[in-house]
Design a protein around this ligand. Structure first.
Ligand code: ADP
Ligand code: MG
Length: 436
Protein backbone atom coordinates (compact mmCIF):
# COMPACT_ATOMS: atom_id res chain seq x y z
CA UNK A 1 0.00 0.00 0.00
CA UNK A 2 2.85 2.38 0.80
CA UNK A 3 4.49 2.09 -2.62
CA UNK A 4 1.68 3.97 -4.38
CA UNK A 5 1.06 7.70 -4.38
CA UNK A 6 0.15 8.88 -0.88
CA UNK A 7 -3.47 9.87 -0.37
CA UNK A 8 -2.45 13.16 1.16
CA UNK A 9 0.75 15.16 1.40
CA UNK A 10 1.40 18.43 3.17
CA UNK A 11 4.59 20.14 2.09
CA UNK A 12 6.18 22.96 4.01
CA UNK A 13 2.89 24.34 5.29
CA UNK A 14 3.12 27.68 7.09
CA UNK A 15 0.18 29.61 8.45
CA UNK A 16 0.53 33.18 9.59
CA UNK A 17 -2.41 34.91 11.22
CA UNK A 18 -2.79 38.58 11.96
CA UNK A 19 -4.71 39.70 14.98
CA UNK A 20 -4.95 43.48 15.06
CA UNK A 21 -1.48 44.70 14.20
CA UNK A 22 0.18 41.56 15.50
CA UNK A 23 1.32 38.85 13.11
CA UNK A 24 2.05 35.42 14.44
CA UNK A 25 3.02 32.06 13.07
CA UNK A 26 0.32 29.55 13.97
CA UNK A 27 1.84 26.72 11.92
CA UNK A 28 5.48 26.44 10.95
CA UNK A 29 6.88 24.19 8.25
CA UNK A 30 4.58 21.21 8.64
CA UNK A 31 5.31 18.20 6.47
CA UNK A 32 2.97 15.25 6.67
CA UNK A 33 2.11 12.27 4.51
CA UNK A 34 -0.94 10.06 4.90
CA UNK A 35 -1.12 6.74 3.05
CA UNK A 36 -4.22 4.80 2.11
CA UNK A 37 -5.24 2.51 4.94
CA UNK A 38 -3.77 4.69 7.66
CA UNK A 39 -5.42 6.06 10.77
CA UNK A 40 -3.32 9.02 11.84
CA UNK A 41 -3.78 11.05 15.02
CA UNK A 42 -2.56 14.61 15.40
CA UNK A 43 -1.83 15.12 19.07
CA UNK A 44 -0.88 18.32 20.82
CA UNK A 45 -1.91 21.05 23.28
CA UNK A 46 -4.64 23.53 22.35
CA UNK A 47 -3.44 26.28 20.12
CA UNK A 48 -0.77 24.20 18.35
CA UNK A 49 -2.60 24.54 15.05
CA UNK A 50 -4.38 21.19 14.77
CA UNK A 51 -7.68 22.67 13.57
CA UNK A 52 -5.84 25.05 11.28
CA UNK A 53 -4.09 22.09 9.64
CA UNK A 54 -7.39 20.24 9.17
CA UNK A 55 -8.90 23.27 7.47
CA UNK A 56 -5.84 23.57 5.24
CA UNK A 57 -5.68 19.94 4.26
CA UNK A 58 -9.38 19.80 3.40
CA UNK A 59 -9.03 22.96 1.33
CA UNK A 60 -11.31 25.07 3.53
CA UNK A 61 -8.40 27.45 4.05
CA UNK A 62 -5.39 28.35 1.93
CA UNK A 63 -2.08 28.22 3.78
CA UNK A 64 0.18 31.28 3.82
CA UNK A 65 2.86 29.08 2.33
CA UNK A 66 3.29 25.48 1.23
CA UNK A 67 1.40 22.90 -0.77
CA UNK A 68 -1.30 20.29 -0.26
CA UNK A 69 -1.29 17.31 -2.59
CA UNK A 70 -4.21 14.93 -2.83
CA UNK A 71 -3.46 11.71 -4.71
CA UNK A 72 -0.38 13.48 -6.03
CA UNK A 73 -2.32 16.45 -7.42
CA UNK A 74 -2.17 19.98 -5.97
CA UNK A 75 -5.42 20.66 -4.14
CA UNK A 76 -7.53 23.43 -5.64
CA UNK A 77 -10.36 24.68 -3.46
CA UNK A 78 -12.33 22.44 -1.15
CA UNK A 79 -11.49 18.75 -1.35
CA UNK A 80 -14.70 16.93 -2.34
CA UNK A 81 -13.26 13.61 -1.13
CA UNK A 82 -12.75 14.77 2.44
CA UNK A 83 -15.24 15.37 5.25
CA UNK A 84 -14.70 16.85 8.69
CA UNK A 85 -16.56 15.86 11.84
CA UNK A 86 -16.27 18.62 14.41
CA UNK A 87 -16.28 18.48 18.18
CA UNK A 88 -19.91 19.43 18.29
CA UNK A 89 -21.74 18.57 15.18
CA UNK A 90 -24.42 21.03 14.17
CA UNK A 91 -27.65 19.28 13.29
CA UNK A 92 -30.74 20.98 11.95
CA UNK A 93 -33.17 20.99 14.86
CA UNK A 94 -36.24 20.95 12.63
CA UNK A 95 -35.13 17.81 10.76
CA UNK A 96 -35.30 14.25 12.04
CA UNK A 97 -32.22 12.07 12.42
CA UNK A 98 -32.95 10.44 9.06
CA UNK A 99 -33.50 13.78 7.35
CA UNK A 100 -30.30 15.20 8.83
CA UNK A 101 -28.28 12.29 7.48
CA UNK A 102 -30.04 12.33 4.14
CA UNK A 103 -29.39 16.03 3.71
CA UNK A 104 -25.73 15.55 2.86
CA UNK A 105 -26.72 13.07 0.13
CA UNK A 106 -29.49 15.27 -1.17
CA UNK A 107 -26.99 18.11 -1.56
CA UNK A 108 -24.99 15.82 -3.85
CA UNK A 109 -28.02 15.12 -6.02
CA UNK A 110 -28.47 11.50 -4.93
CA UNK A 111 -32.10 10.41 -5.53
CA UNK A 112 -34.34 9.35 -2.61
CA UNK A 113 -34.46 5.72 -3.76
CA UNK A 114 -30.72 5.45 -3.05
CA UNK A 115 -30.21 7.95 -0.29
CA UNK A 116 -32.89 6.76 2.11
CA UNK A 117 -31.67 3.16 2.35
CA UNK A 118 -28.06 4.34 2.62
CA UNK A 119 -28.90 6.78 5.41
CA UNK A 120 -30.94 4.14 7.25
CA UNK A 121 -28.08 1.69 7.00
CA UNK A 122 -25.59 4.16 8.47
CA UNK A 123 -27.92 5.18 11.27
CA UNK A 124 -28.14 1.51 12.10
CA UNK A 125 -24.36 1.03 11.96
CA UNK A 126 -23.56 3.91 14.33
CA UNK A 127 -25.96 2.35 16.81
CA UNK A 128 -29.00 4.62 16.42
CA UNK A 129 -31.43 2.03 15.15
CA UNK A 130 -34.91 3.05 16.29
CA UNK A 131 -34.12 6.77 16.42
CA UNK A 132 -34.55 7.52 12.69
CA UNK A 133 -37.56 9.71 13.28
CA UNK A 134 -36.39 11.39 16.48
CA UNK A 135 -35.51 15.08 16.52
CA UNK A 136 -32.09 16.28 17.73
CA UNK A 137 -33.54 17.72 20.95
CA UNK A 138 -34.70 14.24 21.93
CA UNK A 139 -31.13 12.91 21.74
CA UNK A 140 -28.24 12.94 24.19
CA UNK A 141 -24.97 14.64 23.25
CA UNK A 142 -23.43 11.28 22.41
CA UNK A 143 -26.33 10.33 20.15
CA UNK A 144 -26.19 13.67 18.36
CA UNK A 145 -22.52 13.12 17.70
CA UNK A 146 -23.38 9.70 16.27
CA UNK A 147 -25.76 11.40 13.86
CA UNK A 148 -22.82 13.65 12.93
CA UNK A 149 -20.70 10.59 12.18
CA UNK A 150 -23.48 9.00 10.14
CA UNK A 151 -23.91 12.22 8.16
CA UNK A 152 -20.16 12.48 7.54
CA UNK A 153 -19.95 8.88 6.43
CA UNK A 154 -23.06 9.00 4.26
CA UNK A 155 -21.12 10.80 1.55
CA UNK A 156 -18.51 8.03 1.70
CA UNK A 157 -15.48 10.30 2.08
CA UNK A 158 -12.11 8.88 1.15
CA UNK A 159 -10.50 10.97 3.83
CA UNK A 160 -12.41 11.26 7.07
CA UNK A 161 -11.14 14.09 9.26
CA UNK A 162 -12.18 14.21 12.90
CA UNK A 163 -11.56 17.33 14.97
CA UNK A 164 -11.62 16.24 18.63
CA UNK A 165 -14.79 14.30 17.89
CA UNK A 166 -15.12 12.79 21.36
CA UNK A 167 -13.99 15.61 23.58
CA UNK A 168 -17.40 17.20 24.15
CA UNK A 169 -18.95 13.90 25.17
CA UNK A 170 -19.29 12.29 28.56
CA UNK A 171 -16.88 9.42 29.29
CA UNK A 172 -19.29 6.60 28.47
CA UNK A 173 -20.67 8.05 25.23
CA UNK A 174 -17.16 8.86 24.05
CA UNK A 175 -16.06 5.32 24.73
CA UNK A 176 -18.97 3.70 22.95
CA UNK A 177 -18.60 5.97 19.94
CA UNK A 178 -14.86 5.24 19.71
CA UNK A 179 -15.69 1.55 19.67
CA UNK A 180 -18.27 1.98 16.95
CA UNK A 181 -15.96 4.04 14.77
CA UNK A 182 -13.14 1.49 15.14
CA UNK A 183 -15.55 -1.31 14.31
CA UNK A 184 -16.64 0.43 11.10
CA UNK A 185 -13.04 1.22 10.17
CA UNK A 186 -11.37 -2.10 10.96
CA UNK A 187 -14.17 -4.21 9.46
CA UNK A 188 -13.73 -2.38 6.17
CA UNK A 189 -17.47 -1.76 5.95
CA UNK A 190 -17.02 1.91 5.04
CA UNK A 191 -15.25 3.01 1.88
CA UNK A 192 -13.10 5.51 3.79
CA UNK A 193 -9.44 5.18 2.78
CA UNK A 194 -7.81 7.07 5.64
CA UNK A 195 -8.73 8.75 8.89
CA UNK A 196 -7.02 11.79 10.30
CA UNK A 197 -8.07 12.51 13.86
CA UNK A 198 -7.16 15.56 15.91
CA UNK A 199 -6.98 14.89 19.62
CA UNK A 200 -5.42 16.17 22.75
CA UNK A 201 -6.12 12.96 24.59
CA UNK A 202 -3.00 10.78 24.67
CA UNK A 203 -4.73 7.55 25.56
CA UNK A 204 -7.38 8.05 22.89
CA UNK A 205 -4.69 8.54 20.24
CA UNK A 206 -2.82 5.37 21.26
CA UNK A 207 -6.11 3.47 21.41
CA UNK A 208 -7.29 4.44 17.94
CA UNK A 209 -4.46 5.36 15.59
CA UNK A 210 -1.77 3.55 13.59
CA UNK A 211 0.52 6.54 13.79
CA UNK A 212 0.65 9.54 16.11
CA UNK A 213 2.00 12.88 15.02
CA UNK A 214 3.02 14.91 18.05
CA UNK A 215 2.83 18.69 17.86
CA UNK A 216 3.82 21.61 20.02
CA UNK A 217 2.73 25.22 19.95
CA UNK A 218 4.29 28.66 19.58
CA UNK A 219 4.88 28.10 16.80
CA UNK A 220 2.66 25.14 15.92
CA UNK A 221 4.94 22.46 14.55
CA UNK A 222 5.54 18.72 14.43
CA UNK A 223 7.85 17.41 17.15
CA UNK A 224 7.85 13.71 16.45
CA UNK A 225 5.96 10.80 14.96
CA UNK A 226 5.33 7.45 16.56
CA UNK A 227 4.01 4.22 15.01
CA UNK A 228 1.47 2.26 17.06
CA UNK A 229 1.99 -1.29 15.84
CA UNK A 230 -0.80 -2.88 17.92
CA UNK A 231 -3.69 -4.87 16.48
CA UNK A 232 -7.29 -3.96 17.29
CA UNK A 233 -9.02 -4.30 19.65
CA UNK A 234 -6.33 -2.86 21.89
CA UNK A 235 -6.03 -3.75 25.54
CA UNK A 236 -5.53 -0.62 27.61
CA UNK A 237 -4.06 -2.58 30.51
CA UNK A 238 -1.55 -4.52 28.45
CA UNK A 239 2.17 -3.92 28.90
CA UNK A 240 2.59 -3.01 25.22
CA UNK A 241 -0.17 -0.41 25.42
CA UNK A 242 1.22 1.16 28.62
CA UNK A 243 4.72 1.20 27.15
CA UNK A 244 3.50 3.09 24.06
CA UNK A 245 1.65 5.58 26.26
CA UNK A 246 4.89 6.13 28.14
CA UNK A 247 6.71 6.65 24.83
CA UNK A 248 4.22 9.38 23.92
CA UNK A 249 4.70 10.99 27.33
CA UNK A 250 8.45 10.87 26.91
CA UNK A 251 8.20 12.55 23.49
CA UNK A 252 5.86 15.20 24.88
CA UNK A 253 8.15 15.71 27.86
CA UNK A 254 11.08 16.22 25.51
CA UNK A 255 13.06 13.64 27.43
CA UNK A 256 16.69 13.63 26.36
CA UNK A 257 18.65 11.73 28.98
CA UNK A 258 18.30 7.98 29.40
CA UNK A 259 15.92 7.11 32.22
CA UNK A 260 18.63 5.45 34.33
CA UNK A 261 20.65 8.66 34.41
CA UNK A 262 17.70 10.98 34.82
CA UNK A 263 15.86 9.05 37.49
CA UNK A 264 18.56 7.31 39.52
CA UNK A 265 18.37 3.79 40.93
CA UNK A 266 15.83 1.96 43.09
CA UNK A 267 16.77 0.77 46.58
CA UNK A 268 18.88 -2.36 46.29
CA UNK A 269 20.08 -1.45 42.80
CA UNK A 270 23.50 -0.17 41.90
CA UNK A 271 23.67 3.61 41.72
CA UNK A 272 22.38 6.57 43.63
CA UNK A 273 18.81 6.40 44.90
CA UNK A 274 17.09 9.63 44.03
CA UNK A 275 14.75 10.82 46.74
CA UNK A 276 11.34 12.24 45.95
CA UNK A 277 10.95 15.98 46.53
CA UNK A 278 8.60 16.75 49.40
CA UNK A 279 5.82 18.30 47.37
CA UNK A 280 2.03 18.31 47.55
CA UNK A 281 0.12 17.49 44.40
CA UNK A 282 -2.13 20.51 44.86
CA UNK A 283 0.91 22.81 44.80
CA UNK A 284 2.29 21.06 41.74
CA UNK A 285 -0.97 21.41 39.80
CA UNK A 286 -1.12 25.03 40.97
CA UNK A 287 2.31 25.70 39.49
CA UNK A 288 1.43 24.07 36.17
CA UNK A 289 -1.87 25.94 35.90
CA UNK A 290 -0.08 29.17 36.72
CA UNK A 291 2.49 28.61 33.97
CA UNK A 292 -0.22 27.65 31.48
CA UNK A 293 -1.69 31.13 31.87
CA UNK A 294 1.59 32.90 31.14
CA UNK A 295 2.52 34.05 27.65
CA UNK A 296 4.66 31.35 26.07
CA UNK A 297 3.85 29.09 29.03
CA UNK A 298 6.99 30.27 30.79
CA UNK A 299 8.13 32.40 33.68
CA UNK A 300 11.23 33.45 35.61
CA UNK A 301 11.75 31.14 38.54
CA UNK A 302 12.52 34.00 40.91
CA UNK A 303 9.26 35.69 39.99
CA UNK A 304 7.30 32.57 40.88
CA UNK A 305 8.11 33.01 44.56
CA UNK A 306 6.19 36.30 44.54
CA UNK A 307 3.41 35.24 42.24
CA UNK A 308 2.68 32.03 44.10
CA UNK A 309 3.52 33.53 47.52
CA UNK A 310 5.77 30.62 48.37
CA UNK A 311 9.27 30.67 49.77
CA UNK A 312 12.07 30.06 47.31
CA UNK A 313 12.94 26.70 48.77
CA UNK A 314 9.43 25.47 48.16
CA UNK A 315 9.43 26.86 44.62
CA UNK A 316 12.66 25.02 43.88
CA UNK A 317 11.25 21.74 45.14
CA UNK A 318 8.15 22.25 42.99
CA UNK A 319 10.30 23.06 39.99
CA UNK A 320 12.44 19.98 40.57
CA UNK A 321 9.33 17.78 40.79
CA UNK A 322 7.79 19.23 37.65
CA UNK A 323 11.07 18.67 35.84
CA UNK A 324 11.42 15.13 37.16
CA UNK A 325 7.97 14.30 35.81
CA UNK A 326 8.68 15.91 32.44
CA UNK A 327 6.13 18.72 32.88
CA UNK A 328 8.63 21.58 32.58
CA UNK A 329 12.10 22.35 31.37
CA UNK A 330 14.36 24.69 33.26
CA UNK A 331 17.07 26.76 31.63
CA UNK A 332 18.83 29.99 32.59
CA UNK A 333 16.45 30.78 35.42
CA UNK A 334 13.40 30.29 33.22
CA UNK A 335 10.84 27.59 33.73
CA UNK A 336 8.76 26.52 30.75
CA UNK A 337 5.97 23.98 30.30
CA UNK A 338 6.68 21.05 28.00
CA UNK A 339 3.86 19.88 25.73
CA UNK A 340 3.19 17.23 28.37
CA UNK A 341 2.93 19.92 31.05
CA UNK A 342 0.52 21.85 28.82
CA UNK A 343 -1.51 18.70 28.27
CA UNK A 344 -1.65 18.07 32.01
CA UNK A 345 -2.71 21.64 32.79
CA UNK A 346 -5.57 21.38 30.29
CA UNK A 347 -6.68 17.88 31.22
CA UNK A 348 -9.69 16.77 33.25
CA UNK A 349 -9.11 15.47 36.77
CA UNK A 350 -9.23 11.87 35.60
CA UNK A 351 -6.88 12.44 32.69
CA UNK A 352 -4.48 14.24 35.03
CA UNK A 353 -4.40 11.25 37.35
CA UNK A 354 -3.73 9.02 34.37
CA UNK A 355 -0.82 11.17 33.19
CA UNK A 356 0.57 11.50 36.70
CA UNK A 357 0.32 7.74 37.27
CA UNK A 358 2.21 6.96 34.08
CA UNK A 359 4.92 9.44 34.97
CA UNK A 360 5.48 8.32 38.54
CA UNK A 361 5.46 4.63 37.66
CA UNK A 362 8.83 5.28 36.00
CA UNK A 363 10.36 6.60 39.20
CA UNK A 364 12.65 3.98 40.75
CA UNK A 365 11.24 4.46 44.26
CA UNK A 366 7.66 4.06 43.04
CA UNK A 367 8.64 1.07 40.90
CA UNK A 368 10.35 -0.45 43.92
CA UNK A 369 7.32 0.00 46.19
CA UNK A 370 4.90 -1.40 43.60
CA UNK A 371 7.20 -4.40 43.17
CA UNK A 372 7.25 -5.05 46.92
CA UNK A 373 3.48 -4.78 47.12
CA UNK A 374 3.02 -7.12 44.17
CA UNK A 375 5.13 -9.72 45.92
CA UNK A 376 3.41 -9.23 49.27
CA UNK A 377 0.51 -11.32 50.47
CA UNK A 378 -2.82 -9.65 49.54
CA UNK A 379 -0.76 -6.97 47.78
CA UNK A 380 -0.48 -4.97 50.96
CA UNK A 381 2.18 -4.04 53.53
CA UNK A 382 2.30 -2.26 56.87
CA UNK A 383 3.69 1.21 56.35
CA UNK A 384 6.23 0.49 59.09
CA UNK A 385 7.68 -2.36 57.00
CA UNK A 386 8.16 -0.03 54.05
CA UNK A 387 9.67 2.61 56.29
CA UNK A 388 12.24 0.17 57.67
CA UNK A 389 13.16 -0.82 54.14
CA UNK A 390 13.56 2.85 53.22
CA UNK A 391 15.82 3.37 56.24
CA UNK A 392 18.38 1.17 54.53
CA UNK A 393 18.77 4.01 52.02
CA UNK A 394 17.85 7.17 53.91
CA UNK A 395 18.31 8.55 57.43
CA UNK A 396 15.21 7.83 59.57
CA UNK A 397 13.61 11.26 59.29
CA UNK A 398 14.14 11.37 55.53
CA UNK A 399 12.81 7.80 55.19
CA UNK A 400 9.62 8.94 56.93
CA UNK A 401 9.24 11.86 54.52
CA UNK A 402 9.87 9.63 51.51
CA UNK A 403 7.17 7.28 52.72
CA UNK A 404 4.67 10.12 53.15
CA UNK A 405 5.38 11.44 49.67
CA UNK A 406 5.14 7.95 48.15
CA UNK A 407 1.75 7.41 49.78
CA UNK A 408 0.45 10.84 48.85
CA UNK A 409 1.56 10.63 45.20
CA UNK A 410 0.51 6.99 44.89
CA UNK A 411 -2.96 7.77 46.24
CA UNK A 412 -3.46 10.68 43.87
CA UNK A 413 -2.36 8.49 40.96
CA UNK A 414 -4.73 5.78 42.20
CA UNK A 415 -1.86 3.31 42.21
CA UNK A 416 -2.00 2.89 46.00
CA UNK A 417 -4.58 2.97 48.71
CA UNK A 418 -3.71 3.68 52.31
CA UNK A 419 -5.72 2.82 55.35
CA UNK A 420 -4.94 5.25 58.17
CA UNK A 421 -6.55 3.15 60.87
CA UNK A 422 -4.31 0.11 60.44
CA UNK A 423 -1.47 1.92 58.64
CA UNK A 424 -1.60 -0.52 55.77
CA UNK A 425 -0.58 0.29 52.17
CA UNK A 426 -2.46 -1.51 49.40
CA UNK A 427 -1.94 -1.79 45.69
CA UNK A 428 -5.10 -0.47 43.98
CA UNK A 429 -7.27 -3.22 42.57
CA UNK A 430 -6.48 -2.57 38.87
CA UNK A 431 -3.72 -5.09 38.30
CA UNK A 432 -1.38 -2.70 36.50
CA UNK A 433 1.88 -4.40 35.79
CA UNK A 434 5.02 -2.35 35.94
CA UNK A 435 7.26 -2.43 32.94
CA UNK A 436 10.75 -2.92 34.31
P1 ADP B 1 -5.76 23.90 17.93
O1 ADP B 1 -6.85 23.34 17.08
O2 ADP B 1 -4.54 23.04 17.99
O3 ADP B 1 -6.23 24.27 19.30
P2 ADP B 1 -5.93 26.23 16.16
O4 ADP B 1 -5.56 25.77 14.80
O5 ADP B 1 -7.36 26.41 16.45
O6 ADP B 1 -5.24 25.26 17.25
O7 ADP B 1 -5.19 27.60 16.46
C1 ADP B 1 -3.78 27.79 16.39
C2 ADP B 1 -3.46 29.22 16.77
O8 ADP B 1 -3.94 30.10 15.78
C3 ADP B 1 -4.12 29.67 18.06
O9 ADP B 1 -3.24 30.57 18.70
C4 ADP B 1 -5.38 30.38 17.59
O10 ADP B 1 -5.78 31.37 18.50
C5 ADP B 1 -4.91 30.99 16.28
N1 ADP B 1 -5.97 31.10 15.26
C6 ADP B 1 -6.72 30.10 14.78
N2 ADP B 1 -7.56 30.53 13.81
C7 ADP B 1 -7.32 31.86 13.68
C8 ADP B 1 -7.85 32.90 12.82
N3 ADP B 1 -8.77 32.62 11.90
N4 ADP B 1 -7.34 34.14 12.98
C9 ADP B 1 -6.38 34.42 13.88
N5 ADP B 1 -5.85 33.50 14.70
C10 ADP B 1 -6.30 32.24 14.62
MG1 MG C 1 -8.83 22.80 17.57
Amino acid sequence: MTNGTPLLELKHIHQIYTSGTRKFTAVEDVNLTVQEGEYVALLGPSGCGKSTLLRILTGLQKPSEGMVLYRGQPLEGVNPHATIVFQTFALFPWLTVLENVELALKARGIPPSIRTPRALDLIDRVGLDGFENAYPRELSGGMRQKVGFARAMAVEPELLCLDEPFSALDVLSAESLRGELLELWTSGSIPTKAILMVSHNIEEAVFMADRIVIMDKEPGRILAELEIPLAHPRQRQSDEFRALIDDVYALLAGQTQPESVELGAAPGEIGRVRSLPDVHIGDLTGLLEHLAEKPGDRDDIYRLTEELTLDSDHVLRLTETAELLGFVTVAKGDIELTPLGETFAEASILARKEIFASRIRRLPLVRWLIGMLQRAEKHSLKSEVVKVALELEFPPEEAGKQLETLIQWGRYAEILAYDDSDEEIYLESTPEKVAV
